[in-house]
Design a protein around this ligand. Sequence first.
Ligand SMILES: *Cc1c(COP(=O)(O)O)cnc(C)c1O
Length: 379
Amino acid sequence: MKFATKAIHAGQHPDPATGAVMTPVYQTSTYAQKSPGDHKGYEYSRGTNPTRKALEDCMAALENAKFGLAFASGMAATDAVLKLLKPGDEVITGNDLYGGSYRIFTKVFANYGIKFHFLNLSDPEIIRHHISEKTRLIWIETPTNPTMQVIDIRAVAAIAKAENVLLTVDNTFASPYLQNPIDLGADLVMHSVTKYIGGHSDVVMGALMTNNEQLYKDLWFIYNSCGATPGPMDSFLVLRGIKTLHLRMQAHCANGRRVAEFLQNHPRIEKVYWPGFEHHPNHHIAKAQMRDFGGMISIVLKNAGLQETFKIASSFKVFTLAESLGGVESLVNHPATMTHASIPREEREKAGVVDNLLRLSVGVEDIDDLLADLEQALN
Ligand SMILES: *Cc1c(COP(=O)(O)O)cnc(C)c1O
């Protein structure tokens, strides 16, 4: 099946009890057993729930994966992956990461004796200099947040395979519509489902997808043991949202392109980060591994201090100043004080997250209204 069909049908079938076309919200914690152990595969909703299972199967299908697991947040999914590791293990990751990922690495798992190397992975060869027999995991995000670096997944996967290291790709920014890391050699894909997959800014959720059955079993063990699994109502909301993922992504990409081109020529803007520009340093890789370039754009304001940046960030009328991304509505974010505030200034600025940088999540409103709002906010 092709993407749009899978988005609408994968993992779902009319309810066997009633014929309900939409997967019901199985709002139950437990399931009747005929005699102890004689049940239909469902015992307790921390471990398995039919609404969640339908969503997990759908999300797995969209990533061309056999197995999917939904978590109570993107961070809970990340947490589960890190719990595969043991004290002494090492992780190689990018230096331009989602702030929450940086925080869980350095403030939570570093305390358990896991060592993290933060590298500029725009040239994957750098990995070879930091890999050792202790390296167990490579964790990448592409495009990166917020400076839209593009990392060559296939090249990183080749190194990971040769060194027998697990490769996880945080595919939140691209969504499964634009990029499928497992097809490029990744072992595991992570999503903040909160963003494009949910798409309506009404649910916090995460997911992991893999083709590796042993890895799936190990992760399911952590998922069930630690218990950060989402409830049936949230699963239902995402099942509803996911049906239009392809339509929304087409609109995000079309609007994103128009906004990027508009900003590129604007006198108040010093720099626009968007992987669709031919002058983007890794545009050729983006073109090869992504189907389009998405609706995430970051801008550096020309000669603007923090005050001026805050003033512009607060003067939008259609864009909402808020954390998060990937919903139908357009958002503007100030990474240095919002999404990336947990990264120390020096680290942050090295990765380009300067005080006069704003990140836009371009929604699917009418493009004329979005451009007019940008014009008035920048003036
Ligand atoms: C939001 C986000 C996360 C964390 O996901 P939550 O659902 O907020 O826990 C991880 N990675 C990226 C790239 C994100 O944007």
